[in-house]
Design a protein around this ligand. Structure first.
Ligand SMILES: Nc1ncnc2c1ncn2[C@@H]1O[C@H](COP(=O)(O)OP(=O)(O)OP(=O)(O)O)[C@@H](O)[C@H]1O
Length: 470
């Protein structure tokens, strides 16, 4: 072993301290090294030179440390005077956990640095490292989710679950749409995932860092739609706010505006929307100033716009403006092959954060396949949620558990099915009662006391009815 500190400067306090601590560190560590002010090696112990595969330690004294240990950060410590107390360094495909500290002369000037290899084998640290990696992954996912939420989106393309040819085609077109800054028209029945897809397209587009603003045209009273869309100038009408109220177009500026149920838009507003799309300018209510907006429009509807055009209730020129990229989302009954993966994803979502581990048997999935799903994936989610709430045998849903909660008929089958046989009134009443109880339990997340209160019956009566139902 060579002498620790070469050079002729007088030993100072810090240096003394390091010298005092060195034997202890040296013994506890898998190797130790010191460099001078120019990052030239002044000392290295035997164990470190063996670890580095150097043979004779003397031959590296006086060499620049980077020449011997290419990935070392000792020069940085000497330059900045800041210790690097914990670092992982690669050397010859080994990962070394190292600590590095500067040391000073009497006048307080940096004289060099020392480093110790704390571990030359990460094996004992595996639980710690994997915990760190897991936390890091969780943190990254949470940051991403938070950022998405801040921008108004919750979904990415991976959230559009499905592996059937129909689902893959939807995803392929969505990816295509994401790459082009053009209007998109999503066509599909209620609950097929139009909003999921709109958010996913936004998240995968160049506008992803900008806002995603959604507005359900059918949910806004007709007389408020214009203000909702284009905003209101201060004092635009009696009782109007003194401040400017921004409309959805301004809020979505730079990002994506999602118009859900665009088929429900009244004709006068359709004309205004068309103008905005043609000119890229909006005029808030009560203002005579126009302002430029830059948005990508994604519209969706469950209605047949072509029939509406023929009937005169939807403008054909607007239709062609909106329908640059059209994506038809098939109803669930046309992609029953996806039932299994959808159940898995939805049960995972439902059980998240709860002390539940929902699973479904193959027979359970087959039972779901016999239904025609007028409410599509939203309805599937409700059925699974209800089945879990009602399930008596833990969290495994079999065919029986599904049949118990599956609606007996759906709107779609009802309209196609022949008139049903007349049934005894008592049975109809019992069925209606069972359905009301299931709904109350779902609404109260399985809390029977609250469900009983909501139904206006006592807990004991609810229990009695439940036992008769099962
Ligand atoms: N492909 C899918 N994968 C996973 N979940 C989905 C999918 N499609 C829809 N969902 C879920 O179904 C529910 C309804 O989806 P969404 O609101 O996007 O449907 P929608 O077509 O916009 O319905 P509506 O026309 O009634 O507004 C949501 O909870 C959503 O998470």
């Amino acid at each position: 072993m060579t002498d620790l500190f070469t050079g002729n400067s007088k030993p100072g306090l810090t240096r003394e301290l390091i010298e005092a601590l060195l034997p202890m560190f040296e013994e506890a560590s898998a190797g130790a090294i010191a460099v001078d002010r120019q990052s030239y090696i002044t000392w290295i112990n035997n164990s470190y030179s063996q670890l580095l595969g150097l043979g004779n330690p003397e031959q590296v004294i006086g060499k620049p440390v980077r020449q011997v240990i290419p990935h070392t950060r000792m020069p940085e410590v000497v330059e900045t005077g800041k210790p690097l107390l914990l670092d992982i360094m690669e050397h010859n495909q080994q990962q070394l956990v190292v600590t590095r500290m500067p040391y000073y002369d009497d006048q307080g000037a940096i004289e060099g640095a020392v480093a110790f290899v704390l571990y030359d084998d990460l094996q004992p640290l595996t639980p710690l490292v994997s915990k760190y990696r897991r936390l890091h992954r969780d943190l990254a996912a949470a940051r991403k989710a938070l950022a998405r939420k801040a921008r108004g989106t919750r979904y990415s393309l991976a959230d559009f679950v499905g592996a059937s040819p129909e689902a893959l085609e939807v995803k392929r077109r969505a990816r295509l749409a994401a790459g082009r800054d053009m209007p998109v028209l999503l066509l599909g029945e209620t609950g097929t995932g139009k909003e999921v897809l709109a958010q996913a397209i936004h998240s995968a587009s160049a506008r992803a860092e900008n806002p995603f603003v959604g507005v359900n045209v059918a949910a806004v009273p007709e007389n408020l739609l214009e203000a909702e869309f284009f905003g209101v100038a201060p004092g635009a009408y009696t009782g109007a706010d003194r401040r400017t109220r921004e409309g959805k177009f301004q809020l979505a500026n730079g990002g994506t505006l999602f118009l859900d149920e665009v088929g429900d838009m009244p004709l006068p507003l359709q004309a205004k929307l068309l103008r905005v799309l043609q000119e890229g300018e909006i005029e808030p209510l009560g203002s005579n100033k126009v302002s430029h907006v830059d948005i990508r429009l994604i519209a969706a509807t469950s209605r047949n716009l072509e029939t509406m055009i023929a009937e005169g209730s939807f403008r054909s020129d607007l239709y062609y403006r909106l329908n640059v990229v059209e994506i038809g989302i098939p109803p669930l009954r046309e992609r029953l092959a996806d039932l299994g993966v959808l159940c898995e994803a939805l049960l995972g979502e439902i059980c998240e954060g709860q002390d539940l581990r929902g699973e479904i048997t193959d027979a359970g999935v087959a039972a779901l396949g016999g239904y025609d799903w007028p409410g599509n994936i939203r309805e599937l989610r409700n059925v699974l949620e209800r089945a879990l709430t009602m399930s008596e045998d833990g969290d495994l849903l079999d065919a029986d558990a599904i049949f118990k909660v599956l609606p007996r008929t759906s709107g779609a089958t009802e309209s196609r099915a022949p008139v049903r046989a007349v049934r005894p009134l008592a049975q109809i009443v019992a069925d209606a009662e069972a359905e009301a109880i299931e709904e109350a339990l779902v609404a109260c997340r399985g809390n029977r006391t609250r469900a009983a209160r909501a139904l206006g019956i006592s807990r004991s009566v609810l229990y009695e009815k439940l036992s008769r139902m099962s």
